[in-house]
Unconditional design. Structure first.
Length: 85
């Protein structure tokens, strides 16, 4: 599908914003143009006993500089200031 959209594996960026922009703003429109189909999709692993789900979640947390616990151990999940986007 990547080739069909006009891209190669080594075109995939390694930085967070560019990675998502590549798939959402370039590859999906390229695929739709190449096939004439309305194709949309982004995947994220989910599972009850899966480390993939946990690692995927941590990738999002890291990418958006979310701090879940402060230096004194206080949980920050209800504090909107904990996400410094």
């Amino acid at each position: 599908m990547l080739g069909q959209a006009g891209f190669k594996e080594n075109d995939i960026p390694a930085t967070w914003n560019e990675y998502w922009s590549f798939w959402c703003d370039k590859v999906q429109p390229g695929m739709r143009k190449a096939t004439g189909q309305r194709i949309y999709g982004i995947g994220s692993p989910m599972g009850v006993e899966s480390t993939d789900s946990f690692q995927s979640f941590l990738s999002w947390v890291d990418a958006y500089n979310v701090k879940l616990v402060d230096d004194s151990g206080k949980l920050l999940v209800d504090d909107p200031r904990s996400a410094k986007v």
